[in-house]
Design a binder for this molecule. Structure first.
Ligand code: G6P
Length: 610
């Protein structure tokens, strides 16, 4: 949440900052700003409410140049998304960009107000430059002033700091991600590697409580006591290409259509096609599946829904007990330690604060943690004992699509690997399962041909007040995911429900106006879903049924308003394929409503605050 960039070099910092913010905009986009040390040594700040383009326009009207600078793209936590709350925040001698939350800011604000400070914003961040100023006034050197100031902070922060009169850039990290880029005659800071790879591939990942002082030619990292610490330089593999959405209108649309390729790429690292066996050769790190007695899945948002699907597969095949947890709940629940359990954390970004905190909690309890992560150099990928990468490539649209289906692909193979390690997988089932998974990309191509149908259905229901999604088994989490997609990008209220649970409440919502979307593959639960659909139809609900027909299967036993015809598929393919029409439905409704599909209001792609 919030993106930070900073540079100290020999060229004008402003375009580097603005280009960097473009690559970080997925982390938040309600306002943006930069600060540079200008030629006369003062700090010049330009900020703007709304998307980055507003900042660019402002900079075009009144350019701001300097060789040292920091930039920020915001996702509001404290204070509405106005210009006065946009970062950088400044005091007399200092400018700060911040990602995270200062939990004791009110106390600090009161103290500073008592000392004569007048705050210009509603943010928690603004106390930081004033605390640094106070230390500078007491005669501290820049790094010492920052160190003394952050000792007073409680909460999470990644900070980029400029100090007037000091030809340097200071970076500090606790909790929120921050890395350094080591260039030739120039050095950088950023929330992740994406904005830095056009300039350098040499990255240093800061640990918590590291403070870095960057000059053009040197980087010095110290701990909170000022003692020098060594951090390795890693070579980033992140692609330097600014992802292009052409020929699609939106990144989300492109990413939906990239799913067959992404799934094929992901599967390559998880199976051996020659003998149709599961072979997690992409697994990095050490995890002994045969020792696992239970599985504890932890994630947020769409990744949590993937975890729910995975729990059905693991229980069914490996016969291991599985718990699925929302990370923000898990971390404060004081769960008992389960030394024989494998914790599986699932995260597209690999940076979600709650998921990361849960990972650290479980590792501290002595549990092995396996990460399922899409961003290879992310914090979760670095801290987990073992990592299985989804090979979805960069996902730019805030609403997750290809990351989700590739997570399902990894979980399918993980469940097979766990089953085999526990002697519960026959060769026959393994072969049939791998074969089924290998067919998924081609089947998904077929599903994508339904795009036009989904577009028409979207036109029919775009003005609906609400939507109900329902499914059973692994398609219950798919119903939840369908509802989430719709809420995220079209701002229509939607509920996902276990079909059998409808009669315990949501059925009261059904009338002639309410679209009810059923995720109904022809699996052993199909007849039960049909009964639930009959109940909805009897109450006048407008039925959209996603199911398969033909090919020897019976047609739907009753009339639905719309039927999305799916290819026949087995237990692994069903949730992967059936979520795609729901992604397309949400996408087309959002386009018709004219919302900002790739950057929907109030959301961010990477949630690095709890
Ligand atoms: C945010 C994103 C969602 C995502 C969730 C978890 O809310 O908007 O798309 O599912 O975070 O993110 P993660 O990166 O941990 O999968």
């Amino acid at each position: 949440m919030c993106g930070i960039i900073g540079v100290i070099g020999e060229r004008n910092a402003t375009p580097i900052l603005v280009e960097g913010l473009k690559r970080l905009e997925y982390r938040g986009y309600d306002s943006a700003g930069i600060a540079v040390i200008t030629r006369d040594g003062s700090i010049g700040i330009t900020r703007s409410k709304g998307k980055l383009v507003n900042l660019e326009n402002r900079l075009a009207e009144s350019p701001c140049t300097g060789l040292v600078g920091i930039g920020h793209t915001r996702w509001a936590t404290h204070g509405p998304p106005t210009e006065k709350n946009a970062h950088p925040h400044q005091s007399r001698r200092c400018a700060v960009v911040h990602n995270g939350i200062i939990e004791n800011y009110q106390e600090l604000r009161r103290e500073l107000t008592g000392q004569g400070v007048t705050f210009a914003s509603d943010t928690d961040t603004e106390v930081i430059p004033y605390l640094i100023d106070r230390e500078l006034d007491r005669g501290a050197e820049p790094a010492e002033a920052v160190r003394a100031a952050i000792r007073l902070l409680q909460g999470a922060y990644a900070l980029g700091i400029l100090i007037q009169g000091a030809d340097l850039l200071i970076a500090v990290r606790r909790g929120s991600p921050l890395i350094l880029g080591i260039g030739e005659g120039e050095n950088f800071i950023a929330s992740d590697a994406t904005p830095l790879v056009p300039y350098t591939r040499r990255m240093v990942y800061l640990n918590d409580d590291d403070l870095a002082v960057l000059t053009r030619t040197n980087v010095r990292i110290t701990d909170l006591r000022g003692h020098a610490v060594e951090r390795a330089v890693k070579i980033s593999q992140v692609s330097a290409d600014l992802t292009d959405k052409w020929p699609y209108r939106h990144f989300m649309q492109k990413e939906i259509h990239e799913q067959p390729t992404a799934l094929g790429e992901t599967l390559k690292g998880l199976i051996r096609a020659s003998d149709l066996s599961v072979d997690l050769h992409d697994l990095q790190g050490e995890v002994d599946f045969s020792q696992v007695k239970a599985v504890n899945i932890i994630a947020c948002g769409t990744s949590y829904h993937a975890g729910m699907v995975g729990s059905y597969w693991i229980e069914q095949l490996a016969r291991l007990p599985v718990s699925v947890n929302i990370a923000s709940e898990f971390r404060y629940r004081e769960p008992p330690s389960l030394p024989d359990a494998l914790t599986v954390v699932i995260s597209q970004s690999g940076e979600t604060a709650d998921t990361l905190a849960a990972l650290r909690f479980c590792r501290a309890q002595g549990q092995k943690v396996l990460g399922i992560v899409n961003v290879p150099e992310s914090t979760i990928a670095r801290e987990a004992d073992g990592v299985l990468h989804t090979q979805a490539g960069p996902e730019i649209g805030v609403a997750s699509t290809k990351a989700f289906t590739t997570q399902l692909m990894v979980l399918a193979c993980l469940s097979l690997a766990l089953a085999r390690a526990h002697g519960r997988l026959t060769r026959e089932v393994e072969r049939a399962s791998v074969e089924e998974l290998m067919r998924v990309p081609a089947r998904l191509e077929q599903v994508l041909l339904q795009d036009g149908v989904l577009q028409r259905i979207a036109g029919r229901f775009m003005n609906a007040r609400g939507f109900l999604f329902m499914g059973r088994g692994t398609c219950f989490p798919i119903a939840l995911e369908g509802a989430l997609k719709l809420k995220e990008i079209s701002y229509i209220h939607a509920e996902g429900y276990a079909a059998g649970e409808m009669k315990h409440g949501p059925i009261a919502l059904i009338d002639e106006q309410l679209p009810v979307v059923a995720v109904a593959p022809r699996d052993p639960l199909f007849d039960k879903v049909v009964s639930n659909l009959e109940e909805a139809r009897a109450r006048g609900g407008r039925l959209v049924v996603i199911t398969s027909g033909g090919h020897g299967e019976e047609k739907l036993p009753f009339a639905a308003d719309h039927v999305i015809a799916m290819p026949a598929c087995g237990m692994f393919a069903a949730p992967i394929l059936y979520v795609v029409p729901l992604q397309l439905l949400a996408y087309h409704i959002a386009v018709l409503k004219g919302t900002d599909v790739d950057q929907p209001r109030n959301l961010a792609k990477s949630v690095t605050v709890e």
